[in-house]
Write a protein of this length. Structure first.
Length: 128
């Protein structure tokens, strides 16, 4: 009678290399999309925060007949709970106020982002 043969259990080197190649291919497809997704999320949050600030400026004007002299007036007069954070700079004090062009240049009629650089669509953050 023959001696029972020893069964090899496990993977060969070729099988492991094929699996690693498949995993690497999938990662090369997913990783760039993930990186750009975080940038898109920051840009969407920036647009939303600018909209909130501009709406608060308009509400202040609607209630008082004039725009505020600084952004902190929006929180002091309870138009905002707190100044929103610019998600690109991660700061709430980086907003750039746009002064009025009327007879009173001390008022703020608009606000822009103080972030440097360009968005994914090629526009400057400071132009938003």
């Amino acid at each position: 009678m023959m001696a029972p043969q020893k069964q090899n259990r496990g993977f060969t080197l070729i099988e492991l290399l094929v699996v690693l190649a498949i995993v690497a291919t999938l990662l090369s497809i997913v990783a760039p999309r993930y990186v750009h997704q975080t940038d898109r999320a920051k840009e969407a949050a920036l647009k939303a925060n600018l909209s909130v600030l501009r709406r608060a400026l308009d509400e202040h004007y609607s209630d008082t007949g004039k725009y505020p002299e600084n952004l902190s007036a929006l929180t002091e007069q309870h138009y905002l709970r707190a100044l929103p954070v610019d998600p690109v700079t991660n700061r709430s004090d980086s907003w750039v106020p746009v002064p009025g062009t009327d007879e009173d240049d001390k008022t703020i009629i608009d606000v822009k982002s103080g972030a440097q650089g360009k968005a994914l669509d090629g526009t400057e953050f400071s132009s938003w």
